[in-house]
Each structure stands twice: as C-alpha cells, then as structure tokens.
Design a protein around this ligand. Structure first.
Ligand code: ADP
Ligand code: ADP
Length: 216
C-alpha cells in the first residue's frame, strides 16, 4: 500500500527533517509512527499524503508514484485514496456535525451524501450529536466527527498525526478501537503518528523515528 524509498527532506531554511527513510506497509496493516517531538513524523506523513514533496527519494501509494504527480493529479489521487486526520480537528465551526460530513460528499459530487453521513455518524455513535456544532461537542466527539468526515470519500489509506493528542486516555482508546474496526471491516490501511505509549499495544507494528532516520 505504501512504499517509501530513500526519502530525504531538506526545508528551505536548511533543516534536514528526513535523512534517507525507507519502509513498506502492506494493505490493511495498522502501523504506528513513534518518536520524539521534532524527529520528522509530521514531515513524513505530509509527504506520504502528497501535501509536501521530498527533496530526494520516491513514495508509491497503491503502486502510484505520488512524487511525480502535479498538483491536479495529486488532488484527484488524494480525494480517491487518502484521508488525513489531525490532532486539532479543523471542523467548520458554523456547521453541525452532520453538515460537516455532508459538505464533503456534496463537493465530491456524491449522489446521496446525507444518507452516507447519517450511516457514518451512526457507526461513530454520534447520531445523537448530528445537529450539534463543534463547540457543543467534547474533544472525543469532535475527533469522531473529523473521522466521519475523513470516511465520507471511502479512503483506502488513513494517515493520522497525533489523533489522540488532545484527548484523555479513555477517549483516545475509543478512537483507536474505531480505527481498528475500520481496518477489520473495510480493510483500510493506517499509519498513525503518536507520542502516546499507551497506544503501542494496538499496533501491528511500530516504526520508530529519531532525528530524521528510522531506528533498526
Ligand atoms: P515531528 O512531527 O516528529 O514533531 P516534524 O516533522 O514536525 O517532526 O519536524 C521535523 C524537523 O523539521 C524539526 O526539526 C522541525 O523543526 C523541522 N521543520 C518542520 N517543518 C518545517 C518547516 N516548514 N521549515 C523548516 N523546518 C521545519
Ligand atoms: P508536531 O510536533 O505536532 O508534529 P510541529 O509543532 O512540529 O507539529 O509543527 C506544526 C506546524 O509547524 C507544521 O505545519 C510544521 O510544518 C510547522 N513547523 C514546525 N517546525 C517549523 C520550523 N522550524 N519552521 C517553520 N515551520 C515549522
């Protein structure tokens, strides 16, 4: 599902964030990306999502070399394959949970976005919160809404950057249990950056990164 080959990233200010990273992740794997702050986790996730370009090296997602795509090709590829989940949920504040999901489907030209959105909110145990706006939701509910939004376009790969970084342990565990259910039912592949050692037990495998390089 993901093939990363000798990826380097040097930012314009000269910071060497990645120094030759290589690994592969098979379809349906549930993989953690762990390492100290500043070790390159966000940079690596952004490159795999096609949100940023590596300075050197290749990234294949589902067999396609995303490092050779132009912006339009990338946007189209992302829409059909990849969802990104952030620590801070970035929901639209003036829209309800339901509307936050429906909008994504409408923008993509789906025929029945409301039907899909309601099904997803039910799966996320958020039906009773469908008509609430983000400020009326707990952190965990906001993150579950953001996951619902990510699922609207049926991604094959979910990349998550500290998805439980703002939640207490119980809410964090619920999020990981939902992710595992999605892996088991839908075969979605996950790569999740987290500091949280409590979550290590959920992963099939952990990639450990330090100072821009994978360990062992
Ligand atoms: P992590 O997600 O593990 O905290 P990051 O990928 O955010 O690590 O950062 C890796 C390194 O790259 C850090 O030294 C960080 O300060 C640096 N960095 C991140 N983004 C930029 C940027 N846009 N410009 C310059 N340096 C950056
Ligand atoms: P995290 O550690 O949670 O991954 P960071 O605080 O490292 O996130 O980065 C947050 C944002 O700031 C990212 O978009 C990253 O690219 C940017 N950033 C991080 N370090 C730098 C830096 N030294 N210079 C410019 N932008 C940076």
């Amino acid at each position: 599902m993901i093939l990363v080959e000798n990826v380097h990233k040097v930012y314009p200010d000269g910071t060497r964030a990645l120094k030759g990273v290589s690994f592969r992740i098979e379809k349906g794997e549930f993989v953690g990306l762990m390492g100290p702050s500043g070790s390159g986790k966000s940079t690596l996730l952004h490159i795999i999502a096609g949100l940023d370009k590596p300075t050197e090296g290749r990234v294949l997602v589902d067999g396609k070399d995303i490092t050779r795509m132009n912006e339009d090709q990338l946007a189209e590829f992302r829409k059909n394959n990849i969802a990104f989940i952030f620590q801070f949920y970035y929901l639209l504040e003036d829209f309800t949970a339901l509307e936050n999901l429906v909008l994504i489907g409408q923008l993509a030209g789906q025929r029945e976005p409301k039907k899909r959105a309601l099904e997803l909110l039910n799966f996320l145990r958020l039906s009773h919160r469908a008509n609430h706006k983000p400020y009326q939701l707990s952190g965990g509910e906001q993150q579950r809404t953001a996951i619902g939004r990510a699922l609207m376009l049926k991604p094959k790969l979910i990349l998550a950057d500290e998805p439980t970084g703002n939640l207490d342990l119980e809410e964090g565990k619920r999020i990981f249990e939902l992710f595992l259910e999605l892996r088991d039912k839908e075969g979605i592949t996950f790569l999740i950056a987290t500091h949280n050692q409590e979550m290590t037990k959920y992963f099939d495998r952990v990639l450990r990164i330090r100072d821009g390089l994978l360990e062992n």
